[in-house]
Design a protein around this ligand. Structure first.
Ligand code: DX5
Ligand code: ZN
Length: 214
């Protein structure tokens, strides 16, 4: 089954509770955390995760676009994150493995993310420890960018490795997902689709969420 994880980066930050309730037919709520260093933008942090936690029963899918996330992963878990993903480019292999351990130590799901220029092979040292792998289909930092179709060979390769080595691991895509590109990523092996603009700019949010399932 295809899961949808609406990104609240495209929601109205003055009405987050209302906008999270609007996506209650989705599977996860995607929370984009940016630090102004790993990416050239600053969004939301630990207090906001804590504040939105009681507004939904959906799992919070927290995408950390921050340098050296090992410093903060436990705090995001304590704030109410259910899935925490960290970028492989954000620290050493040792510290990224440590992130996965710390997140699992809190009883939460853990994963790694790869930016567009990062090769598929970069996920291999982490695959056996991951509950999710996230393949970026835009450069991280901003919502509303165009889908990068040239990420599809990488997505297919990672799907093949997941099926062979850790079939319970979810394969998520993030960036430029809409009613057309959703079909492409599903064909290429994704099972969790993040969508910001495509969900929140729609006049019929439940209808759009259903449509994105392919
Ligand atoms: C980009 C974020 C995405 C973003 C997706 O750095 O990780 O989650 O919100 O937005 P859309 O769906 O508008 O491309
Ligand atoms: Zn994201």
């Amino acid at each position: 089954m295809i899961k949808i994880s609406p990104s609240i980066l495209a929601a109205d930050f003055a009405n987050l509770e209302r906008d999270i309730r609007r996506v209650s037919s989705a599977d996860y709520v995607h929370v984009d955390v940016m630090d102004g260093l790993f990416v050239p933008n600053i969004t939301i942090g630990i207090p906001v995760v804590k504040a939105i936690r009681p507004t939904t029963d959906l799992p919070l899918d927290v995408h950390l676009m921050i340098e050296r996330p090992v410093r903060y992963v436990e705090q995001f878990c304590d704030a109410g994150a259910d899935i925490v993903t960290v970028h492989v480019e954000a620290d050493t292999q040792e510290n990224t493995l440590r992130c996965l351990e710390l997140i699992h130590g809190k009883g939460k799901r853990a994963g790694v993310v790869v930016k567009p220029k990062t090769p598929a092979q970069a996920v291999l040292p982490f695959l056996s420890q991951c509950d999710m792998i996230l393949v970026m289909t835009v450069e991280p930092g901003f919502g509303g960018q165009s889908f990068m179709a040239d990420m599809m060979p990488k997505l297919r390769q990672i799907r093949a490795w997941i099926d062979a080595k850790n079939p319970a691991c979810e394969l998520e895509v993030d960036g430029g997902i809409d009613p057309v590109t959703c079909k492409t990523v599903i064909e290429n092996g994704a099972n969790v689709l993040v969508a910001g603009s495509a969900v929140y700019k729609s006049d019929d949010i439940p209808g759009r969420i259903a449509q994105l399932r392919g």
